[in-house]
Ligand binder design. Structure first.
Ligand code: FAD
Ligand code: AMP
Length: 476
């Protein structure tokens, strides 16, 4: 590589790092982005966890498995006879791999058109915002930069008592690569990732047992939504066992026996494959040289301030490797904001309006506070909700499960939180995010015209219901 001096070097090309590099280049800065992601076949690929082993492949499989499931349980209601529907896992996986490849190659193209120097290999921060770059062939080079952005992401947590073996006990990436539907699948952890992956393989025919240590289901979500979700997931055949803390695994001829304890005592369940989905931890292995001035907190996250500045001059950190929700869009926003701040522009991440989405069926999405959080804050509030059962569009889609819920302050009508469980919830929540970004009131939503018949009317009606003015459902 001829060039060794840059305005900005970004380490990591996941959804936090690559947008940061592109925005910095748009800001007329000279930028390099280094990434070491390698696929199972040993090939390098940009895009990080999200594109290679997270958001994108999981959504590809969720789509395929949902179509298969709907063909079996829903087509008949439409009068479509589709006897003998079969799943061809190899083709499904090939489609997923193609989507992933197109996405990751797309980043190479984006780097090229933005003028970002794309480097595949390892980056290590040295003191004085220098970077040591180790290329694929092992050659090392010292690069200099005015600013360095650390975007090294996260990795799956392992359970010491149930270690990964890459074959029978796998992490979330492994669970996206199964070549056949396991007969019995054990999922440890009923978080977002565990529920999405459990749903994929359940829809394809696996018997799925989900073991979750906490008594409360989906504690991060509004509990009215969580209750509704649990009802539907159980109906779909996901055997979700709450308060079930896994303590060990025994491999035998008949499969893997997972030992767990719940309120009633010691129990066990035998399965063919196990997905450990107990969370992710910040990834900083090999990232930091000596005397860089970077500090990690007690959980291993790189310490940053509200603008993603680390303790070291001109070194920034964004995405999963810093505090906050481990979400691709959170990292992207931080990356873009940091690139603007480096260029001297005004920019800020609004951490109060980061949406969360769980891509199950029904889909779950929310922004802002849950009802439990609003209640705990002591601020007087009102709630409006609207069931999709009362939405003509949802019924036409054969998707009447769930509801939209708007929580607003009683005093000034400010929207404090919006929660949707139902069809296309992840798309519907965008309206609520925009509303909250502009500090909208429920009256603003109420006076906004929503096309008929659309799913978005559910949000409109929920806003109206907050003032007992819903039209299409009796007000309580
Ligand atoms: P990463 O995507 O982890 O990227 C970091 C990159 O840096 C990697 O390529 C890594 O190889 C590279 N790197 C690390 N250290 C070095 C180094 N020293 N030198 C060079 N390169 C280095 N989030 C959502 O918002 N929506 C979803 O639907 C969603 N689904 C998910 C499904 C699954 C199964 C999983 C596992 C995660 C999912 N996530 C989802 C989370 C999302 O993937 C992460 O929040 C996101 O990838 C974080 O982005 P990042 O850029 O911070 O880190
Ligand atoms: P998340 O952090 O959202 O990915 O969710 C991970 C889930 O795994 C959390 O709900 C944890 O309570 C759960 N979990 C962690 N350790 C165990 C364990 N040993 N047995 C069962 N569930 C666990």
């Amino acid at each position: 590589m001829a060039e060794t001096s840059f305005d900005v070097i970004v380490i990591g090309a996941g959804p936090a790092g690559y947008p940061c590099a592109i925005r910095a280049a748009q800001n007329k800065l000279k930028v390099a982005c280094i990434d070491e992601w390698k696929n199972y076949d040993g090939s390098y690929a940009f895009g990080g966890t999200c594109l290679n082993a997270g958001c994108i492949p999981s959504k590809a499989l969720l789509e395929s498995s949902e179509l298969y499931h709907r063909a079996q349980v829903e087509f008949a209601a439409h009068g479509i006879r589709a006897a003998g529907v079969e799943i061809d896992v190899a083709t499904m996986q090939k489609r997923k791999a193609h989507i992933v490849k197109t996405s990751t190659q797309g980043i190479t193209g984006l780097f090229k058109s933005a003028g970002v120097t794309a480097l595949q290999g390892h980056g290590r921060l040295l003191a004085g915002h220098k970077v040591e770059y180790t290329a694929a062939d092992g050659t090392k080079q010292e690069l200099t930069a005015k600013h360095v952005v650390l975007a090294s992401g996260s990795s799956p947590m392992e359970l010491k008592s149930v270690p990964f073996d890459g074959k029978t006990v796998v992490d979330s990436w492994g669970a996206l690569e199964f070549t056949e539907v396991p007969k019995r699948l054990g999922v440890i952890g009923a978080g977002v990732i565990g529920l999405e992956l459990g749903s994929v393989w359940r829809r394809l025919g696996a018997e799925v047992v989900v073991l979750e240590a906490m008594e409360q289901f989906l504690f991060i979500a509004d509990q009215q939504v969580a209750k509704e979700a649990l009802k539907h997931f159980k109906k779909q055949g996901l055997d979700i066992r709450l308060g079930a803390k896994v303590s060990g695994a025994e491999h035998g001829k008949g499969g893997v026996t997972l030992h767990y304890a719940d309120g009633a005592g010691e129990k066990s369940v035998t399965v063919d494959k196990v997905v450990v989905a107990v969370g992710r931890r910040p990834f900083t292995t090999g990232l930091l040289g000596t005397d860089t001035g970077i500090e990690l907190d007690e959980r291993g996250f790189i310490k940053v301030d509200h603008e993603c500045r680390t303790g070291a001059t001109n070194v920034w950190a964004v995405g999963d490797v810093v505090r906050g929700p481990m979400l691709a869009h959170k990292g992207k926003e931080e990356g873009v904001v940091v690139a603007d701040l480096i260029a001297g522009l005004t920019a800020e991440v609004n951490y109060r309006t980061i949406p969360s989405v769980i891509y199950t069926a029904p889909e779950i999405a929310w922004v802002g506070q849950t009802e439990e959080q609003v209640k705990a804050s002591g601020r007087p509030y009102k709630v409006g909700s609207f069931p999709f059962m009362a939405s003509g569009r949802a019924r036409a889609m054969e998707a009447p499960a769930g509801f939209a819920k708007v929580i607003a302050a009683t005093d000034d009508d400010e929207i404090l939180g919006v929660h949707v469980i139902g069809p296309m919830a992840g798309e519907l929540i965008a309206e609520a995010v925009l509303a909250m970004e502009y500090s909208a009131s429920t009256e603003d939503l109420q006076r906004t015209i929503h096309a008929h018949p659309t799913l978005s009317e559910a949000l409109h009606e929920a806003a109206l219901a907050a003032d007992k003015r819903a039209i299409d459902f009796p007000n309580k």
